[in-house]
Design a binder for this molecule. Sequence first.
Ligand code: PGA
Length: 256
Amino acid sequence: MRRPIIAGNWKLNKTIPEAIELVNGLKRNLYKIENVDTIVCPPFTALSSIAEIILSSNIKLGAQDLFWEEKGAFTGEVSGPMLKDAGCSFVIIGHSERRQYFAETNETVNKKLKAALKAGLTPIVCVGEKLAERESGKTFDVVKDHVVSGFKEIGDADARKCIIAYEPVWAIGTGKTATPEQAQEVHEFIRNLFSKLYSSQTASLIRIQYGGSVTPENIAALMAKPDLDGALVGGASLKPDSFSELIKKTSEVKAK
Ligand code: PGA
């Protein structure tokens, strides 16, 4: 059985005091949840402060990006070992906003994926089609390309350590969620793809999150689908009550 995993992607939000307040709220609300992995991904500046606060909790820490080199003359970048040092165990890679605004490609995703694994971080690899791609029937081609190119030269044992986030770009921050059926169809496609690229065992182990306008209102129907193993949440992860509610609902649905 795959353990559900909900990650909050805070994006460019929260000062250190605001981040601490949010995580303290989550700790209070979530201490009883035992069957869901809960991850928060604050901005780099808040990572080490949050790492201390979550020590005595079931919440884990992730970063929103990393650079593939470990150190050197790369002004402004942050490496895998630095994230480990700051207390992270997860890192988001290839988010569509990185692809759109910061020229990330499948090639840079692949380099970052290798760097994350080398540093002992669990990568959350984002894939997903844009609206025009969906409307022209290219969803599966785009998702396949993101997965195949992103996982180039990644072996079976490493692939199993990764988490995939299927995030249709048209659903991110738009209030327009994929229907549970639309999401399930793509998740199943991704799982079958892992079966072909690796093995059926890897495919059955790998956790696939859905992302894109997930809210406390729509999470239960999404999580009821067999190939949805959790969610990557933006907007609704910024308030303790809505994020906790999402996790509690996931816990209930997946306990059934
Ligand atoms: P959203 O963002 O939940 O605000 O749509 C999701 C994401 O970008 O990971």
